[in-house]
Design a protein around this ligand. Structure first.
Ligand code: SAH
Ligand code: TYD
Ligand code: ZN
Length: 412
């Protein structure tokens, strides 16, 4: 069943927007399912738009948050060791550069998941609160003694937190701000929550990288937005807050960390102006660039499907590696089926034994990869390439070959 739930106004500035591209019917990206669930599988038309006024790249329609974030949420942050180190660095950055001068500081994180970042504050005895609506992942954090509430953050929850705990010195988030369609309410909530000299630090996949590398797989149901410094600046300026620093990250194929404060509270670093200039040079503020992006996506689809068909026509086997959310877009947009991939290997227990959203490709425990090496493995987890290559060296030694599609479709 395909549901249309199109908006014609920008989520941020309410300007009229028109979709410049459709990726076709898409299932819930993390909606790994059993055969019995096929008949009720949810699909929506995944269309994207660029708002010429506030410069926000966004989904035009989307499933409801509760359909994606609930007690069956399949993404456990702790599955990546390298991301564990990444979030330790993030937490220490906040502590050393902002909280050390504050007496009895209070940190709030939204989308705290299994506690991958918040535990570093908790371990140092810092007052903290995680807001995490997916009960199963939140439980992992709570079981470690990390203070967590199972709720969706918004303005009214922010008011409740302030009345119970007081205002926060730091608001942190990773890979969640871009997930929230009612983003204005989130920013209004932050304004209520944050002390006058408090700090906001969050990171999300960066549209500049997505555009440059045509990593259109960052577009899926959960990602209402793909941010740029321009769009984030507009979003926060609406509520008298401003971007004071930007820090590019390698995570998730290229992310941006934004440091934000109440207007005038802290100096704006030169890197903000440099990145804004860089974005203008990349054309991220122009509609024509997004049209070019559409053409590039179509070319990538042709190239990947062509390569897979070619390999199959020679009678070779292909498996997927890492059943990422991102792979749902690649598989369903490119038309990859069980005729192409025997299965997808993955480390997440909740995904193993289930079938992939839309194309219904079996998900198999990664430990079985070595028992049955395919001729080719399609690397859906390219953002974890280092970690995966390190543990799967034997595959190459046995004559196996990796296929990637970032930054171009090729065999490595
Ligand atoms: N921060 C982690 C998890 C990112 S996944 C990391 O970077 O690895 C996004 C998480 O945000 C999910 O766990 C989801 O349940 C949560 N989430 C979604 N909407 C939210 C909201 N409105 N408030 C708080 N958390 C939310
Ligand atoms: P990630 O890119 O973090 O997630 P998403 O696209 O969903 O945001 O990928 C997480 C998935 O990759 C998860 O299902 C586990 C899998 N994975 C492996 O199978 N092996 C690995 O070594 C790593 C790091 C991840
Ligand atoms: Zn707008």
């Amino acid at each position: 069943m395909t549901k249309k739930n199109k908006i014609t106004n920008c989520w941020v500035c309410k300007n009229n927007i028109n979709a410049f591209m459709s990726f076709g019917p898409m299932p819930i990206a993390n909606g790994f399912l059993t055969q019995e669930q096929f008949k009720n599988e949810y699909f929506f038309e995944m269309e994207v738009a660029f708002c010429d006024h506030c410069k926000m790249f966004q989904l035009v329609n989307q499933p409801k948050p509760e359909q994606m974030f609930n007690e069956n949420y399949a993404f456990f942050s702790g599955t990546s060791k390298l991301m564990g180190l990444h979030f330790k660095e993030f937490a220490n950055h906040v502590i050393n550069d902002y909280l050390n001068v504050v007496k009895n500081p209070f940190v709030v994180e939204i989308g705290s998941n299994d506690g991958i970042m918040l535990k570093h504050f908790a371990q140092q005895g810092i007052r903290h609160l995680g807001i995490e609506p997916s009960a199963n992942v939140a439980k992992v954090a709570m079981d470690q003694g990390i203070n967590t509430i199972v709720e969706f953050f918004d303005k009214s929850l922010a008011e409740k937190i302030v009345s119970e705990h007081g205002q926060a010195d730091a608001y942190v988030a990773a890979n969640v701000m871009c997930h929230i369609p009612y983003i204005n309410s989130i920013v209004e909530g932050i304004k209520v929550l944050l002390k006058q000299d408090g700090i906001i630090m969050f990171e999300d996949p960066y549209f500049g990288n997505v555009m440059q590398k045509t990593t259109y797989d960052q577009i899926y149901d959960e990602h209402t937005f793909l941010f740029t410094v321009h769009s984030i600046q507009y979003l926060f300026n609406q509520f008298d807050m401003e971007v004071i620093d930007v820090e590019p990250q390698k995570s998730h194929g290229g992310s941006m960390r934004y440091v934000i404060a109440h207007k005038g509270a802290k100096p704006v670093q030169a890197d903000v102006y440099k990145q804004l200039e860089h974005e203008r040079e990349l054309g991220l503020t122009e509609s024509a660039t997004y049209e070019k992006f559409r053409v590039n996506c179509e070319q990538y689809r042709t190239n990947l499907l062509g390569l897979l068909n070619d390999i199959k026509s020679k009678g070779k086997s292909i498996s997927g590696y890492a059943a990422t959310s991102k792979s749902t877009t690649i598989i369903n947009y490119c038309g990859i089926t069980t005729d192409h991939l025997d299965c997808i290997y993955d480390t997440t227990p909740i995904k193993q034994g289930k079938l992939s959203p839309g194309a219904h490709i079996p998900i198999v425990d990664y430990a079985k990869f070595k028992d049955n090496y395919p001729d080719y493995a399609l690397l859906f987890g390219y953002n974890h390439e280092k970690e995966i290559m390190a543990k799967e060296q034997n595959f190459i030694q046995q004559g196996g070959m990796w296929i990637t599609y970032v930054p171009e479709v090729k065999i490595i």
